[in-house]
Write a protein that binds this ligand. Structure first.
Ligand code: PNS
Length: 163
C-alpha cells in the first residue's frame, strides 16, 4: 500500500524551509500531497492560485509530490486522499504549543491519522513566510531563503503595491 502524507499549510508563500521538509518527508513517504488551506477568513498576500503556481514551480524537480488546495477539516481531506499521515515541520520550541494542539485535535477527530513532525535544517530554523514577506516589503535581501519564483512574485507584488 502506498504511504501517502498530506503536508498542509498556508504557504503564503512557500519558503526553502517548506521545501526542506518536503525533501525530508520523501524519505519516509511514497507520496506527499502539499495541501494549501483555502481560508477566505484569513488575509493572505497571495491567492490560492498564485500559491499553487509558486509551489508547483518550486517542486518541479520532485517526483511523487502533488500540489492541491482544500477547505474544511484537514482530517476529512486527508481521509478523502487516502493519506494516513499529516506532515508538519517544526522549527523552534515556539512552534510546539500550537502544533501540539493541532495534532491532538486532529487525532481526536480521526484517530487513524497520525501527525508526523520533521525538524527543518538548521539553515531554515529562523525563517517563516511572514518574516520573508516583511523583509521583502522593505527591500531586504531574501536571496537563498525562498525559491527563485517566490522571490520574483514577491518583488512583483511589492512593485504593484508601490504603483
Ligand atoms: O501554515 P499554517 O497556517 O500554520 O497551517 C495551518 C493548517 C492549514 C495546517 C491548519 O489551520 C488547518 O489544518 N486548518 C484546516 C481546519 C482544521 O482541520 N483545523 C484543525 C482542527 S480544528
Amino acid at each position: 500500500m502506498e504511504r501517502i502524507a498530506v503536508y498542509p499549510g498556508s504557504f503564503d508563500p512557500v519558503t526553502n524551509g517548506h521545501i526542506d521538509i518536503i525533501e525530508r518527508g520523501l524519505n519516509l513517504f511514497d507520496k506527499i500531497i502539499v495541501a494549501i488551506l483555502y481560508n477566505p477568513a484569513k488575509k493572505s498576500m497571495f491567492s490560492v492560485e498564485e500559491r499553487k503556481k509558486m509551489l508547483k514551480e518550486s517542486l518541479a524537480n520532485f517526483d511523487n509530490v502533488e500540489v492541491d488546495s482544500f477547505s474544511g477539516l484537514l482530517v476529512d481531506y486527508a481521509r478523502m486522499r487516502n493519506a494516513k499521515a499529516i506532515l508538519r515541520g517544526m522549527r523552534a520550541v515556539s512552534d510546539f504549543e500550537y502544533e501540539f494542539q493541532l495534532a491532538l485535535m486532529n487525532r481526536r477527530l480521526d484517530k487513524k491519522i497520525q501527525t508526523v513532525f520533521l525538524i527543518t535544517g538548521l539553515r531554515w530554523i529562523f525563517i517563516s513566510s511572514s518574516i520573508i514577506k516583511d523583509a521583502a516589503k522593505f527591500g531586504g535581501n531574501i536571496d537563498g531563503l525562498v525559491p527563485e519564483t517566490v522571490k520574483l512574485h514577491l518583488h512583483k507584488k511589492f512593485r504593484q503595491e508601490a504603483e
